[in-house]
Structures are given as C-alpha cells and as structure tokens.
Design a protein around this ligand. Structure first.
Ligand code: FO1
Length: 307
C-alpha cells in the first residue's frame, strides 16, 4: 500500500498518476488542509478540492484548481452586492462548498471528503491530513497574513519570512493518515511535487507524524517540484529563496531534515549527489495524463527499489 502526501496543483497531478497505476485498496492520498479558510460563508478546502477535481478529470487544466467550463454568475452577483471578489468561486465549484457547509457539524471533514469524492466518481481514497482545523499563517515583510490572503490576494508578492500552522499542535492526524501509517502493508510514502513549505510541511507538523514516519522504516520518496531550480507552478522557488534554502536536491533534502530516502529530480538537474539519499533523475514535468501515469510508475518503481 502506498501513502501519498499531496497539496496544490503539482501534488494533485502526481496523485492522479498514482491512481492510474494503483488500485484503490493500494493507495491512500492524504491532503494538506493548511490552505483552508472561511470565505463568503463557506469553508473552502482548496487542496482537497483540487485533488478531487484532478482525479475526477474535471479540473480546469490551465489553472490546475477549480472546475473546467466554469461560469461566474455568483461572483458577478457578489461583486454587485459589494462582496469580496479577490477569491474566485465558480458556479459549479460553489455546489461543492455548499454541500460541505451543509454536512459540517454532523460529519467530519474526512466523511465529507469521501462523500464528495464518491459523487465525483473517484474510487481511490482521498482524505484530509486532519479533521481538526489547521490554518497556515505566513509571516511576511507586511506582517502576518492568512494563507489565501498571502497566496491569492497578495499573489505571494510579500517577502516570505516564516510560516506557522495555527491549530496543528492541537490537531489529530485524520483516521486515514493514522491507518496508512499503521498499515502493515505500507510499502512506501510519496511526498508529491507540492510546495514543500506550503503543502507538505503542514502535514509533517501534525503531532507525532514525523515520529511515526521515522518508526515505520519504509522508503520515503519526494518528487521535486523544481525543474532547473524553478517551480513548475506557484511561488515555491521564491519562498525557498526567501527562507535561504536552495531549490536543488541538496536544498530540498536539507529542508526535509533527514526524512528522505530518495528524491526524484528532473533529468536536467542530474549530476547532483547527496550523501545517504538516492536520486532518480527523470522527466518530472507532467504535461498531461500520460506524463502523470508515466512519472507515477517511475516513482513507484524507484521507491520500491529502496526497500
Ligand atoms: N487561486 C488563485 O490564484 N486565485 C483564485 O481566485 C483561486 C480561487 C480558488 C477557488 C477554489 C479553490 O479550490 C482554489 C482556488 N485557488 C485560487 C487556488 C488556491 O489558492 C490554492 O490554495 C492553491 O492552489 C495552492 O494550493
């Protein structure tokens, strides 16, 4: 059984590839919820929805997030009523937020996510990292900003100083995350090519997770989100530079602090070597489903080779 940790667009793409090469009972996808926030009366869970829409093949391919073929009547009406329009909720996406809102209180975020994924025809299990609220707060040269205010409203322009995961210390890992880490059939853990600081770090910050990862003694393999030192999408390279960590194999490995047994890097970045960590150079850019499936197959073979 493979545990994949994911967040954001890059993570969702590899998760889709892993779902193409593994049956549902052999894959557990656990998703970052540090990006979540209350907005326009809804609890927005961007990374859960991006993974769900991407696995269902209905995501907006150009943006990565949101649904394909969206209409924006709701946002137009919100604007006319003087509401906040900096975070765009499409009319179809709105149904997801509305269903989640109606189920919250009576159902856990894990249950809601399983329900929505089922309605999108997804057979593979998708779960939040926790059912308790964890909110990423970014400290910048403009002071502290809630995640989406930093990421979307300010387009990640402020200088990144540090991030904290509000609520993480009181949050319990989700049942699916605990079950995967306790599963005797666990073969490997894949850190998908998400932003290490924004999307993977919140999951590792949950109580006991790093200790559990160390105790399991199964290969932990990350896929670099960088190609030629630059992020495929989003501000990951800018953030790493602002916190003084190189967007190289060595930089990533040091950021994850001895956690990794293997790192998949882009073929163009081969030639690096880092003591104690196996490197697997390949084409890491996922242009479409074929690339997602190919890369997932390679990542799995590489992880299994480290057992
Ligand atoms: N990202 C943007 O840059 N602009 C948006 O207006 C926006 C709206 C949005 C709505 C729903 C959703 O699930 C994601 C959305 N995102 C938007 C992406 C969001 O900021 C995610 O946090 C990123 O994908 C990083 O994980």
């Amino acid at each position: 059984m493979i545990l994949a940790l994911a967040g954001g667009v890059g993570g969702a793409r590899l998760a889709r590839g892993l779902a193409a090469v593994l049956p549902p009972e052999q894959l557990s996808i656990v998703v970052n919820t540090g990006d979540d926030f209350e907005h326009l009366g809804f609890l927005i869970c961007p990374d859960l929805d991006t993974v769900c829409y991407t696995l269902a093949g209905v995501n907006n391919l150009a943006q990565g997030w949101g649904l394909a073929g969206e209409s924006w009547a709701f946002m137009d009406a919100i604007g006319k009523l003087g509401g906040e329009t900096w975070f765009n909720l499409g009319d179809r996406d709105l149904a997801t937020h509305s269903i989640r809102r109606t189920m919250l209180g009576r159902h856990s975020l894990s249950e809601i996510t399983a329900h929505l994924a089922g309605k999108f025809g997804i057979a593979h299990p998708i779960a939040p990292m926790s059912d308790d609220p964890v909110r990423s707060i970014v400290d910048t040269d403009e002071g502290e900003l809630a995640f989406q205010h930093y990421f979307v409203r300010r387009r990640a322009e402020p200088r990144f100083r540090s991030i904290r995961f509000d609520g993480a210390e009181a949050a319990s890992p989700s049942p699916a995350l605990i079950a995967a880490l306790d599963d005797p059939a666990l073969e490997a853990i894949i850190l998908c090519p998400s932003n290490p600081v924004l999307s993977i770090a919140p999951i590792l910050a949950l109580p006991g997770i790093r200790a559990r990862l160390d105790a399991r003694r199964v290969p932990i393999v990350a896929v670099s989100p960088f190609i030629g030192g630059r992020a495929v999408k989003g501000p990951a390279a800018k953030i790493m530079e602002e916190i003084g960590i190189a967007t190289t194999a060595a930089g990533l490995i040091s950021y994850y602090g001895g956690l990794l047994d293997g790192l998949v890097i882009d073929r163009g970045d081969a030639g690096e070597s880092v003591a104690g960590v196996a490197l697997h150079p390949t084409d890491t850019l996922m242009r479409g489903s074929e690339d997602q499936t190919r890369l997932a197959g390679e990542v799995l073979a590489f992880a299994r080779s480290l057992r």
